[in-house]
Ligand binder design. Structure first.
Ligand SMILES: O=C(O)C(=O)[C@@H](O)CO
Ligand SMILES: [Mg+2]
Length: 273
């Protein structure tokens, strides 16, 4: 069965962020991911990981002015210096947390600009980041995101992401394949897993039910089937990464709501015995 990481930006909203590590471990998770670590000292986060026997498997580089609506800087001409400084900060956290992956958000296409005009900046920024990250054994991830959640996001499709990864040309630049976004934008999810996972260019998966981004057993995707596809293909190609549980629990911040909603995970585990 695939290995699952709890996304602490979305799961366990009834707890303060630092207390979500313990909640995830209590539910049997052995790994976590989240959006941004930067409000906390690396040593505090490392202590939470250690105390709860957890691995950090992914977080995001600083995205620019998040509260002002920015969603990454990688595609933005004129922001290269800020991008580099932000990525250097991410690498310091990755080192302290022994985290092998950093997601670099692409950014929004500015009004009046054609997507194609941004491509050279994006490729140059991510190539630079991948080379820096390679020195400490870290992969840099690119994630296609749907434009219902993030209108004007630069990167939306798996084929576009894989084309860019090819052009970037660094072995540690990979795609973060979020099946929730993939279903919303393009569908045909199982065939896309079969197409892309064997290329060695998928660094990480994320999951959520579609359309409401709740538990994977809510909505139109059949995750029992998709997990069996990931299992089959990863055994054939030797992929041994993680699947991030990046969803908003249907019970919201109700105490115990995330844990109660993990029935899909208990069933997935039971199905492999
Ligand atoms: O929204 C997602 O999906 C993510 O994985 C985030 O890292 C970016 O918003
Ligand atoms: Mg995602």
């Amino acid at each position: 069965m695939p290995r699952f990481a709890a996304n602490l930006s979305m799961l366990y909203p009834e707890h303060a962020f630092l207390d979500r590590f313990e909640a995830a471990a209590r539910d049997g998770f052995q790994a976590v991911e989240y959006l941004f670590p930067y409000e906390h000292e690396p040593r505090e986060l490392a202590a939470r990981l250690r105390a709860n026997g957890l691995q950090q498997v992914l977080f995001n580089a600083p995205p620019g002015d998040w509260n002002g609506g920015e969603r990454g800087m990688a595609c933005l001409p004129g922001r290269e210096q800020e991008f580099r400084e932000a990525f250097a900060q991410a690498l310091r956290y990755a080192q302290a947390l022994s985290c092998p992956r950093v997601h670099v958000m692409a950014g929004l296409v500015p009004d009046g600009v054609e997507r194609a005009e941004l491509r050279p900046t994006y490729v140059a920024n991510v190539r630079w980041a991948a080379r820096e990250a390679a020195r400490q054994g870290v992969d840099v991830l690119l994630e296609p995101i749907n434009t219902r959640d993030i209108p004007r996001f630069f990167l939306n499709r798996q084929d576009h992401a894989h084309e860019l990864v090819g052009e970037i040309g660094e072995p540690n630049a990979k795609v973060q394949m979020d099946l929730y976004h993939c279903q919303i934008v393009e569908g045909d999810v199982a065939m896309k897993i079969r197409q892309y996972l064997p290329t060695g260019r998928v660094g990480h998966f994320q999951i959520a039910g579609v359309p409401l981004r709740h538990e994977p057993d809510h909505g139109e995707l059949n995750y029992t089937y998709l997990f069996s596809v990931i299992d089959e293909v990863s055994q054939a190609c030797g992929w041994d990464g993680w699947i991030g549980c990046e969803y908003r629990p249907a019970r919201g911040a109700e105490p115990g709501g995330t844990s109660a909603g993990l029935e899909w995970l208990r069933q997935a585990k039971a199905g492999t015995r």
